[in-house]
Ligand binder design. Structure first.
Ligand SMILES: [Mg+2]
Length: 186
């Protein structure tokens, strides 16, 4: 069986961070308003400490949507591939609260992707250390490790990547889980 490594945030679940930021700041930002992968850059510097404290009292996964069709396609993939979920969990703004984030991530995966053996959840920062035949991630940086096929899952922060940039990096863009299914299961 080929090994597939699937990212979690903005691939299996989405929009949690922006909702939390809006609740905290009492704003109505859209994800597209963030200029970077780190959507928390929308928080003014002088409120970062307060934000981290507030964040640590919440379960970020209470705020997410499950990405459309991800459960159904993941379940199908899991029958013909060796599927792992690899996700970063260290919270940049306050690394000391990351243990809780890890716990919340684990429980979310267990509940919503129950067909994946929890031994195949990988909590890690540098995904380049992992070996996989196929990688699916929304972060171009996290797709840099070795793989024969790299699927860049479209997200607010990678929309502007050009065809040429995709080609240079050997990325294939996928806009949704139906497209993943089309490539990996047809
Ligand atoms: Mg991600």
């Amino acid at each position: 069986m080929k090994k597939i490594m699937v990212d979690m945030d903005d691939v299996l679940c989405e929009k949690g961070f922006i909702r939390m930021i809006n609740e905290f700041l009492e704003t109505n930002y859209e994800q597209e308003d963030a200029n970077s992968y780190y959507i928390n850059d929308l928080i003014p510097k002088e409120r970062l400490k307060e934000w981290a404290e507030w964040y640590s009292t919440k379960n970020a996964y209470d705020y997410v949507d499950i990405v459309k069709d991800s459960q159904e396609v993941m379940e199908k993939l899991n029958k013909v591939y060796d599927v792992y979920i690899a996700t970063a969990y260290v919270f940049r703004d306050a690394p000391e609260v990351s243990g809780k984030t890890l716990n919340d991530k684990y429980n979310f995966l267990l509940k919503n992707f129950p067909f994946i053996d929890p031994h195949k959840f990988i909590f890690i920062s540098n995904k380049d250390l992992l070996d996989a035949d196929i990688r699916i991630d929304d972060s171009p940086k996290k797709l840099m490790g070795k793989a024969e096929l790299k699927l860049l899952f479209t997200a607010y922060h990678n929309k502007n990547m050009t065809e040429e940039e995709l080609k240079q990096n050997n990325f294939v863009r996928v806009n949704n889980w139906k497209e993943v299914e089309e490539i990996l299961l047809k």
